[in-house]
Design a protein around this ligand. Structure first.
Ligand code: UGA
Length: 440
């Protein structure tokens, strides 16, 4: 099939490239000329494992094209995907900013032909598909077209795998034609027994928020259990394993840490709260999850301070990891972004290192006085203690004996439980982790 994907951000680029890899002919459209130029030269504007090679392979096979020309990109497209951002609104109400999505609807309207199929991949509040239909109908009275909702479930860092081997595909469409187009589009995956669930549009739109909010709830829950474990000398890793062996609960998303971050869970839980409030059907559990995650960021500052005997003033602290999780350069809503300013404000001398997120962190923390280090060895050098904030493999494999010789004080605060307590103790570290007894 011939497809157009509007927006070459995370979702649009991964989806467009993977559709091409499934055999479709895809044109990715973006108004950002520098992004399109990068993509045409075989580069990618985001950090994502295995994506660049896939872009290059499919572009070379003439299945994947990039353009800034909307009219040309839409020509002959059997399905048009909207994959632009829906960030938290700057108006402060917690809801999603739909201005980019609405702008795309207005931009494409003049170019649409009868029987156009418009698929919303962006995460949008329930009712957005209906509103988009109205916008296009107002601009093009009499045009025959289909609106479809097709939310994405791609994790940064393993987005290609999540696209190619999904647990399920959710599609909201209310016509036989919409259903037929989506079935043909995903046939390469459904042939491999991937379930394709067809729902109405509001259900598909809401399923995305429900899924993200539920996963965020699991994380907030295990984080609170970790705190209880610390107070009761229990071990949260074993507790999570014991809980997760129950198939009704499952092992995934029960890793405790410094609180969830990224561009999705914080934004989508807030947006769901707003949607529910607007419909006078409050989601109290999700509201508690948001509050618990906010509180956790403050709690992490206290935890680090306690590990340094109640004060970080004058301490040289090495922070390992700035990204919101491993395998991404994304620092949006990352735990480090909350922790670093607090440590600096309390008088710590902070030196930081991340294998991939240095540039994005420098941008986000441009006014903060920290020392930006180029390597793990450099960040640990002369430190009074180290804090692991992101679970990069490099930190999991930390050479504790070498680290101890580089540091002034062997204090390690592990907010991701990357290190085994016995190994830390054997290496002579005072070790603090999440949901497990500390060792001195
Ligand atoms: C999330 C969802 O997992 C995807 O299914 C969804 O498509 C995506 O949002 C989206 O809406 O676009 P992502 O934000 O890339 O994906 O990252 P996750 O791997 O879900 O992690 C989110 C946060 O939760 C991270 O800060 C991570 O460190 C934290 N987390 C995750 C934990 O603290 N513990 C866990 O067990 C799992």
């Amino acid at each position: 099939m011939k497809l157009a994907v509007i927006g070459t951000g995370y979702v649009g680029l991964v989806s467009g490239t993977c559709f091409a890899a499934l055999g479709h002919e895809v044109t990715c459209i973006d108004r950002d000329a520098s992004k399109i130029a990068t993509l045409k030269q075989g580069g990618i504007p985001i950090y994502e494992d295995s994506l660049q090679q896939l872009v290059q392979e499919n572009a070379a096979a003439s299945r994947l094209h990039f353009t800034t020309d909307l009219a040309a990109g839409l020509e002959g497209a059997e399905a048009i995907f909207i994959a632009v951002g829906t960030p938290v609104s700057a108006l402060g109400h917690g809801g999603a900013d739909l201005s980019y999505v609405y702008a795309v609807a207005r931009d494409i309207a003049p170019h649409l032909k009868d029987d156009a199929v418009i698929v919303v991949k962006s995460t949008v509040p329930v009712g957005t598909g209906k509103r988009l239909r109205e916008i296009i109908s107002e601009l093009r009275p009499g045009l025959r077209f289909e609106m479809v909702s097709n939310p994405e479930f791609l994790r940064e860092g393993c987005a290609v795998k999540d696209f190619m081997e999904p647990d399920r595909i959710i599609t909201g469409t209310e016509t036989a034609r919409g259903k037929a187009v989506m079935e043909a589009l995903y046939a390469p995956l459904t042939r491999q027994n991937v379930p394709l669930l067809i729902t109405d549009i509001p259900t598909a739109e809401l399923t995305k928020y429900a899924a993200n909010a539920f996963l965020a709830t699991k994380i907030a829950f295990i984080n609170e259990m970790a705190d209880v474990c610390e107070q009761t000398n229990a071990d949260v890793a074993m507790l999570a394993h014991g809980m997760g062996l129950d198939h009704r609960i499952g092992q995934d998303f029960l890793a405790p840490g410094p609180g969830f971050g990224g561009s999705c869970f914080p934004k989508d839980t807030l947006a769901l709260k707003k949607i529910a409030q607007e419909h006078k059907s409050p989601v109290r559990i999700v509201e508690a999850v948001i509050a618990a995650n906010d509180a956790r960021k403050i709690h992490m500052v206290t935890k680090v301070r306690d590990a340094f005997g109640g004060s970080v003033t004058g301490k040289k602290i090495a922070v390992l990891g700035l990204a919101f999780k491993a395998n991404t350069s994304d620092v949006r809503e990352s735990a480090a972004l909350a922790l670093l300013p607090a440590l600096v404000e309390q008088g710590a001398h902070v030196q930081v290192y991340d294998p991939a997120a240095m540039e994005e962190a420098k941008h986000a923390l441009s006014t903060l006085e920290v020392q930006w280090c180029q390597s793990l060895a450099e960040v640990l050098q002369g430190a009074d203690g180290a804090v692991i904030v992101t679970e990069w493999p490099e930190f999991r494999q930390l050479d504790l004996a070498a680290a101890k010789t580089q540091m002034v004080q062997p204090v390690l605060v592990d907010l991701r439980n990357c290190i085994t307590p016995d190994a830390a103790k054997a290496a002579g570290f005072t070790y603090h982790s999440i949901g497990r007894a500390s060792s001195a």
